[in-house]
Design a protein around this ligand. Structure first.
Ligand SMILES: [Zn+2]
Length: 71
């Protein structure tokens, strides 16, 4: 019968459960001032519950890809 779906391997794949951060947060590159600064801002923003500032800092770190090109 259609809808009888046995093709799913393993059923539910465990999602990465983040206990603190609501979304994936990129790791700042050590030695990069911009990334480090955003990481500090992100931590401060998270502590005061400013989620928009957290995702803002995350986006800046994520978009800061100069280190991939230079190293
Ligand atoms: Zn950087």
């Amino acid at each position: 019968m259609a809808g009888y779906n046995q093709g799913i391997p393993g059923g539910s794949v465990g999602r990465a459960v983040t206990l603190a951060m609501p979304e994936l947060h990129p790791t700042p590159v050590e030695g990069c001032e911009i990334c480090g600064e955003q990481a500090v801002l992100r931590t401060a923003a998270f502590k005061r519950g400013d989620h928009s500032a957290v995702s803002d800092a995350n986006a800046r770190i994520r978009n800061h890809q100069h280190h991939r090109n230079t190293r």
